[in-house]
Design a protein around this ligand. Sequence first.
Ligand code: RNT
Ligand code: ZN
Length: 419
Amino acid sequence: MTKKIEKSFSFARERYAGLGVDVARALKILSTIPVSLHCWQGDDVGGFENFGGTLGGGLAVTGNHPGKARTPDELRADLDKALSLIPGKHRLNLHAFYGEFGGKKVDRDEIAPGHFKNWISWAKQNGLGLDFNPTCFSHPKSADGFTLSNADKSIRQFWIEHCIRSREIGAAFGKALGKTCVTNVWIPDGCKDTPADRVAPRARLAESLDTIFQKPISPKFNLDAVEPKLFGIGSESYVVGSHEFYLGYALSRKKLLCLDAGHYHPTESIADKISSVLQFMPEILLHVSRGVRWDSDHVVILNDDLLAIAREIVANGFAQRVHIGLDYFDASINRVAAWTIGTRNMIRALLIALLEPTAQLRAAENAGDFTTRLALQEEIKSLPFGAVWDFYCAGKNVPVGESWLAEVKNYEKNVLSKR
Ligand code: RNT
Ligand code: ZN
């Protein structure tokens, strides 16, 4: 820690104290909030199966920056690099097709915890938690656009089995690591054009999900989440698992709802949904992402949407009830940098939220003094949070400011460019 960082920090701390904000307390809380990094940023949502599938389900990754991870070891090395640039202890979110199948063709309905043993020991070594997702896309049996809601019973059964096994893998993660795993079901099911029947696929989806979740699993080991979407590429006219579908499903079946920031209308923010759904369900999962026009998966930047999400979690004391995951994929820039930028931004947004003089804002609001509320909301935007962020990074032994970039450039030169 340099003297300059300490000095700037102490000025900042005083400034915040003047507004009744305890910076030390904010930093303490910040270090307890994990962010789940999505493994799929590292290889363009490719996975490690051995049957040459191509990306499907309406997911698209643009760009061909050199050095994408081709093996689990490469992906773990890239994650190690990213994690060394991100302050705090976090989690990794795995997709089912990132199992290690030893060159064998192991189909989705055959996966088991053993295929993830290297991931478990890597997570253990690094003190990370693991989250999980069944992979219901990029597969011949999802090629017609329907998985759990498919009209063909045998195809439905295949995906049901895949999801049942995925929950068991999630539970194995939770047990092995002593940290609860969240297993999130997202399926691509939907139609490019107007369907004649919107009901039947939804009825089949509800039934498939009920079968998947039949076996009770201790919430100590695994929590189930379901993820709605408004539209996707190739499912512009109809998505079986819409917001209302899964909101109803999660509420009635006591599951976690997953809110993906890129899955709503462009002006609709998930920040405002948090306090609504948490009135009626104990916990939710977030996929923090950034929609840009047609795409729902740009790298997370420190914009108003992100600040609002973090603010809603922190100001309401929801950190224990909101599981924060990231979900974006960009192959046009260095992938390790993409993880680092997005995750650092998520943490930085949480810090800014923790430094908010919420008590003062609410006092003004309760007194009907909306002038003060607005004035304060605007003034706090230029408070010296950067000095606190630098201090936090230095204290966690990760690079301060843009200095992490040189490490990524070195890694690109020495490792990624040689792939
Ligand atoms: C797709 C969903 C889903 C995926 C990942 C890869 O629209 O957001 O979460 O991005 O499962
Ligand atoms: Zn998502």
